[in-house]
Design a protein around this ligand. Structure first.
Ligand SMILES: [Zn+2]
Length: 246
């Protein structure tokens, strides 16, 4: 899928001249920080575009219906994760590596998710989950294009606000926030099977799949190191023969 075309269709830029932002201070985005909005998406949009808000913002907001709003360009720093003084309590690996003098806002992209922790504990609606998965993927691709930096999806790079400030923001985005599902989606994005990543034959397998020569198992695996039965061998030979006749 062309993610830039996807973004054009699915991300609405609503930031205005009141939206808080500043320079990244030459840092590049290295992690994505997830939040819960503690209110409706419309209150989030009005707060992030209001002249009376001089304290906070985020790059993106994802509604329960799966709509995506953007407030701040990825090139700019949004005010989403507290200032340097707020990282005393950080537990995030990357934040600890960077040290206390680095403001996490400088090297992150932040996403707000519509929801109230007391009601959802951070769980997302189906539409919201689908939207944020694609948004994460888009951000990774954007950063790769723009800065040549690969955000390798893991618990180190896809984090929650509580990883930065467990004392002030222990429930942001909430214990039911689907980190695992998002990281899995990002890890296997673009691969036809979920067990071929980093296998020596990964590219060959993808090629063969795209040529229609091989299929995987019903559970979405290919089992690249499993032995082949005689029937599977015949199926493979026939698929190749069919291909050669076309
Ligand atoms: Zn937050």
């Amino acid at each position: 899928m062309d993610l830039m075309a996807w973004a054009k269709e699915n991300i609405q830029f609503v930031g205005n001249s009141h939206t808080n932002k500043s320079s990244r201070q030459q840092r590049i985005p290295e992690m994505i920080v997830n939040h819960i909005s503690e209110g409706t998406i419309s209150s989030l949009i009005s707060w992030f575009t209001s002249p009376s808000n001089t304290v906070s913002s985020a790059h993106f907001g994802v509604s329960k219906t799966g709509n995506i709003y953007q407030f701040v360009a990825i090139e700019d720093c949004a005010w989403a994760n507290g200032l340097t003084s707020g990282i005393e309590n950080a537990t995030a690996e990357l934040v600890l590596e960077k040290g206390k003098s680095e403001n996490p806002n400088w090297y992150s992209v932040s996403i707000e998710h519509e929801g109230i922790w007391a009601e959802t504990k951070g769980a997302l609606t189906l539409e919201q989950l689908e939207a944020t998965k694609m948004l994460h993927r888009y951000i990774i691709e954007y950063v790769k294009d723009k800065y040549g930096h690969d955000i390798e999806p893991s618990a180190k790079t896809i984090i929650g606000h509580y990883d930065i400030d467990k004392n002030e923001r222990p429930n942001c985005p909430g214990e039911l926030f689907p980190f695992r599902e998002i990281i899995d989606f990002l890890t296997y994005y673009g691969l036809p099977f979920k067990d071929i990543k980093d296998h020596w034959a990964e590219d060959l397998i993808v090629d063969a799949y795209e040529q229609g020569i091989i299929k995987g198992y019903q559970d979405g695996t290919f089992r690249p190191d499993a032995p082949m039965s005689r029937a599977e061998g015949i199926a493979l030979a026939m698929a190749i023969l069919k291909k050669l006749k076309n």
